[in-house]
Design a protein around this ligand. Sequence first.
Ligand code: NDP
Length: 240
Amino acid sequence: MALVTGGGRGIGAATCELLAQEGAAVAVCDLDEEPAQAVAGRLERGLAVACDVTQRQSVESTVARVTDAFGALDILVCCAGIIRDNLIHKMTDEDWTAVIDTHLKGSFLCAQAAQQVMVPRRYGKIVFLSSTSALGNRGQTNYSTAKAGLQGMARTLAIELGPFNINVNAVAPGFIETRMTEATARRMGVDWDEFKRLAAERTPLRRIGQPADVAGVIAFLCSEEASYVSGQTIYVRGGP
Ligand code: NDP
């Protein structure tokens, strides 16, 4: 029984598909119901839910609905994300708040609601989406701060929730081919194919990542094989 936020597109959608292939019932949550529905419709036991992770009410009712439908919640993967890149002197309060709220507050609200269901059952797997941007990236003060914060959130919740047999980890992808990276290319005025080629050239494995590359690591962190891994951030970036 899994809930994936931002499940309607990109890494979230690939995660829904892989968890479903591995036998999980999956709640595909996204801001709009339409992309969530498109993914959920392809899954054997899929449920589409429209959810805005920045809103407590929306998150709590989503977790309640999913728990009602599935009877439990074993896995939470927080993929919902946005970017509002700009250099510090041009970054608006709105750019800052939107990114911090979606990634940090959103993951906090989802983890808080999920642990309420997981703790009494003494079982749970939570995965946050960090990023290589956590290490610093020009034009991403908001995003980098949020992604670094998520690594701290994973470590802290691993300590708090470990006694209840709940694993909390983060994955930190590098360049993954999704709508998000395509938007970055557009913003920088670089041709999308050229942008991908340059990113591949900078990557030790000489290719860019695909959503399935990240989904595989998320699924591993949600599996019994990784049951003694908690509070970690695993970089998925085709290099060190
Ligand atoms: P996508 O843009 O493809 O997917 C993100 C999804 O999150 C979209 O469906 C989006 O909905 C949804 N979303 C945005 N805001 C909210 C919200 N408030 N509530 C619920 N859902 C929301 O991005 P990716 O798949 O690339 O990114 C997934 C995660 O991975 C993000 O956290 C991102 O920061 C992280 N990541 C991505 C990398 C990459 O290279 N692509 C690298 C490192 C990390 P809508 O379409 O309606 O806006």
